[in-house]
Each structure stands twice: as C-alpha cells, then as structure tokens.
Write a protein that binds this ligand. Structure first.
Ligand SMILES: Cc1cc2nc3c(=O)[nH]c(=O)nc-3n(C[C@H](O)[C@H](O)[C@H](O)COP(=O)(O)O)c2cc1C
Length: 174
C-alpha cells in the first residue's frame, strides 16, 4: 500500500500540529509529512493519495495576503503538476470567532487551483457542528475539506479528524 503524502504549510503552528494528529490516526508508517515550502515536483509524483494542510490568513486583499507564503509558491506547482490518477483531500485551519465571514476561505483558494487539474478532490465535509457566517471554502453546501479551529475549538479537533479520516479511508480506497 502506497503511503499518503501530507503536504502542509506553514510550519510550526496549528497546521503542523494537525498534520501530526492526522499522522497518528493513520499510523506513522502509513503517511509522510512534507512541508510545502520544500516540496519539489518529483516529490509530488511519489504519491497518489495526498492530503493538503493549510491555514487561512486574512481577506482584506486576498491575493496580497497570500503572496510570499509557502502556499503561494506551491500553488504554481499545483497547476503545472500531473495529477492523473491522484486523489487529494484538504484540511484547513481557521478561526470562526475572529473571522466568521471568511471562515476557512483558503479551502476555496486552493480548490480554485486544483479544480482545473486532473486531480480527484475528496474529503468534503458536512457543515454540521460549525458556526460561521460565510466561507469561500464551500461547494454545494459542503466544506471542500475538513475545517479545524484550534484557536477556539481545540477540544473538537481529535474527533473531527477521526470522523473525517474514517470517511477518507473509503474515499481514498485505502
Ligand atoms: C492575520 C491573520 C488573519 C487570519 N485570517 C483568517 C481568515 O480570514 N479566516 C479564518 O478562518 N481564519 C483566519 N485566521 C486564523 C488562522 O487561520 C488560524 O489562527 C490558524 O490556526 C493559523 O494556523 P497556523 O498556526 O498554522 O499558522 C487568521 C489569522 C491571522 C493571524
């Protein structure tokens, strides 16, 4: 069974913390964690099941907020890489109290880059149990990946991740 690649960024904060939660749920021998900041196309090609981990950072001017971040650089790679026969799921950190109108918007930002590739995006998530006003991370009434709010609901992270992975295992055909 091929390993799952968890491509995450930024490093050292909540995104990385949740990458380790996911790692422990799957089992360390089943996944490989790679910071998007250091990723190369060759590395991308090693995996056919990939999880993207990201955070949402501001929305006064979306494009300028995402410039010079780890994900800004990786976005270029997403668009030019070969995603044939690959499945991608996403999780996204956000803060529903400070940013209720832009909750986990980054899911939408990354999905925009993925949707024109041949990648199959899986791991959509019900909005049940989440409090927010608006989000660009929604499609057809579902979040495009797993929202996680470590700033206000850290106590819910383990269960949220566990439930998500239980579904993801099937969708990944793992
Ligand atoms: C400047 C700034 C802007 C943010 N903007 C948003 C936002 O628009 N939507 C949201 O859901 N969370 C927003 N957040 C919350 C972060 O996504 C959240 O704190 C996340 O856990 C940070 O992950 P990290 O520690 O890995 O960087 C923002 C945080 C900061 C510091």
């Amino acid at each position: 069974m091929s390993k799952i690649g968890i491509f995450y960024g930024p490093q050292l904060g909540s995104v990385e913390k949740v990458a380790h939660v996911i790692e422990s749920k799957f089992g360390a021998d089943k996944v490989e964690l790679i910071a998007v900041k250091n990723i190369s196309e060759t590395e991308l090609n090693r995996f056919d099941k990939v999880i993207f981990g990201m955070s949402t950072i501001g929305k006064t001017n979306w494009d300028s907020d995402y410039k010079d971040t780890d994900w800004d650089v990786f976005a270029t790679l997403i668009e030019k890489a070969n995603w044939d026969d690959k499945k991608v799921a996403m999780y996204c950190l956000g803060d529903h109290v400070q940013y209720p109108q832009h909750f986990v918007d980054a899911l939408g930002w990354v999905y925009e880059r993925l949707k024109n590739t041949s990648a199959e995006v899986v791991g959509f998530c019900s909005t049940e149990g989440y409090v927010y006003e608006e989000s660009e991370g929604l499609k057809d009434g579902h979040f495009l990946g797993l929202p996680v709010d470590e700033d206000n609901e850290a106590d819910k992270t383990a269960v949220r991740v566990e439930n998500w992975i239980n579904r993801l295992v099937n969708e990944f055909g793992y």
